[in-house]
Design a protein around this ligand. Structure first.
Ligand code: FMN
Length: 361
C-alpha cells in the first residue's frame, strides 16, 4: 500500500503514529511575563493526535521578541509554564517540539528591553509596521549587530534549547524562516555585512549553522529540526539568488544529521511580491535526511507528495488551528472546520480552544 498521511514514521528514535505535523503557529495568548498558561496547555493537548506538534515560535531572549504576548523560553517562570503544556500533550500521548525564535529587525523599541532598537545583521528597516501593545507602528531602522555580539546571540539559542529540555519538550526546531533573525542573515537583501557573517554564501549561512550546532550540542541532532522559507517574501524579504542561497544552506545542514528539514513552500503572496520559487525537489536532492513540507496542503496533495517520495512529513498550519482532531477527520473523510482569521492573533478561548471536535456518529 502507498504511504499516506496516516502511515507511521520513525523520526530519529521517536515513533510518530502518522505523518501529519502541526506547524508552528503564533497565537499571542501567553500570560503575564510571556509565560504559557493553562489555556495554552488545553489548546496543545487538544491537538495531541498530530504525529508531531511544533509549538509556536518562542523567543529565546527578551531581545528576540517582536509581537505582543508571544511566549518566551528564557525565564524560570516560562520553563514552568511550558511544563504545563508538555505534560498535557504527553498525557494525551502526543509529542511536541518547541520552535526557537529571535525576530531580529521584526520588532519595535516598545517591545525591546529599555526601549532599545531591535538588532539585525545590517541597519536596514523592513517595509511595513510592527505589532506593538498599542497597535501597529512603523518599523524602525534596526541596529546592526557588532561581530563581538554574535556569540551572545548563539548563547541565547543555546540557553533556550537547555530551557526547552528542562521544560519537557521532545525536541526543538530552529526558526530559520519567515524573515526573522537567522533568515535576515541568510539573505543578501537584509545582510550587507562585511565581516565573516556577511558577503559569501558561506558567511551568510554561518549564524544559522553556528546556532544549529549549539542547539544540537544540547539536544543531540536527532531531536533538532530547522525551518527555512526559501521562496518566502514575508517580512519584506528578498535575495538576489535564492536558489543558490538555500541550496548552500540545505547542503551545509547535512553535516549535523538533523531530525528534519522543514520547508515552507512558495505561496501566491510570495509570487505577487516578486519572490522566486525554489523548488522543493532541488532541496530534496540536496538534503540527506527527513524532509517536511508545508504550505496550503490538504489530504490529496499531501498523499501525492508522500507517495511519490517528494517529502516524508507534511505540516499543517491553519487546518490544524481549526481542527484539533485533524488526523481523525482526514481518516474519516469528514468535513473540516473553517479557520477564523479574526481570532488568529490574541484573545482567549474563542477561536483557540473552542473549535469543535468531530462528533462520534
Ligand atoms: C496564525 C499563524 C501563525 C503563524 N505562526 C508561525 C510561527 O510561529 N512560526 C512559523 O514558523 N510559522 C508560523 N506561521 C506559518 C505557518 O506555520 C505555516 O507555514 C502557514 O500557515 C502555511 O501553512 P498552511 O497552509 O498549512 O496554513 C503562522 C501562520 C499563521 C496562519
Amino acid at each position: 500500500m502507498d504511504i499516506n498521511l496516516l502511515s507511521p514514521y520513525k523520526l530519529g528514535n521517536l515513533e510518530l503514529p502518522n505523518r501529519l505535523v502541526m506547524a508552528p503557529l503564533t497565537r499571542n495568548r501567553a500570560g503575564k511575563g510571556n509565560v504559557p498558561r493553562p489555556l495554552n496547555a488545553t489548546y496543545y493537548a487538544q491537538r495531541a493526535s498530530a504525529g508531531l506538534i511544533i509549538a509556536e515560535a518562542t523567543q529565546v531572549s527578551p531581545q528576540g521578541q517582536g509581537y505582543p504576548s508571544t511566549p518566551g523560553i528564557h525565564s524560570a517562570e516560562q520553563v514552568e509554564g511550558w511544563k504545563l503544556v508538555t505534560d498535557a500533550v504527553h498525557q494525551q500521548g502526543g509529542r511536541i517540539f518547541l520552535q526557537l525564535w529571535h525576530v531580529g529587525r521584526i520588532s519595535h523599541p516598545d517591545l525591546q528591553p529599555d526601549g532599545a532598537l531591535p538588532v539585525a545583521p545590517s541597519a536596514i528597516a523592513p517595509k511595513g509596521e510592527a505589532s506593538t501593545y498599542e497597535g501597529p507602528k512603523p518599523f524602525v531602522t534596526p541596529r546592526a549587530l557588532e561581530t563581538a555580539e554574535i556569540p551572545e546571540i548563539i548563547e541565547q539559542y543555546r540557553q533556550g534549547a537547555k530551557n526547552a529540555l528542562q521544560a519537557g519538550f521532545d525536541g526543538v526546531e530552529v526558526h530559520g524562516a519567515n524573515g526573522y533573525l537567522l533568515d535576515q542573515f541568510l539573505r543578501d537583501g537584509t545582510n550587507q555585512r562585511t565581516d565573516e557573517y556577511g558577503g559569501s554564501l558561506e558567511n551568510r549561512a554561518r549564524l544559522l549553522l553556528e546556532v544549529t550546532e549549539a542547539v544540537t550540542e544540547v539536544w543531540g541532532a536527532d531531536r533538532v529540526g530547522v525551518r527555512l522559507s526559501p521562496s518566502g517574501t514575508f517580512n519584506d524579504m528578498h535575495d538576489s539568488d535564492p536558489l543558490s542561497t538555500f541550496s548552500y544552506a540545505t547542503q551545509a545542514l547535512n553535516r549535523f544529521g538533523l531530525a528534519y528539514l522543514h520547508i515552507i513552500e512558495v505561496n501566491e503572496s510570495d509570487l505577487r511580491h516578486g519572490g522566486t520559487e525554489v523548488p522543493t525537489s532541488v532541496l530534496r536532492d540536496r538534503f540527506t535526511g527527513t524532509l517536511m513540507v508545508n504550505g496550503g496542503y490538504d489530504w490529496e496533495r499531501s498523499n501525492a507528495v508522500l507517495a511519490k517520495g517528494e517529502a516524508d512529513l507534511v505540516s499543517f498550519g491553519t487546518l490544524f488551528l481549526a481542527n484539533p482532531d485533524l488526523p481523525k477527520r482526514f481518516a474519516a473523510n469528514a468535513p473540516l472546520n473553517q479557520p477564523d482569521p479574526t481570532t488568529f492573533y490574541g484573545g482567549g478561548e474563542k477561536g483557540y480552544t473552542d473549535y469543535p471536535f468531530l462528533q462520534a456518529s
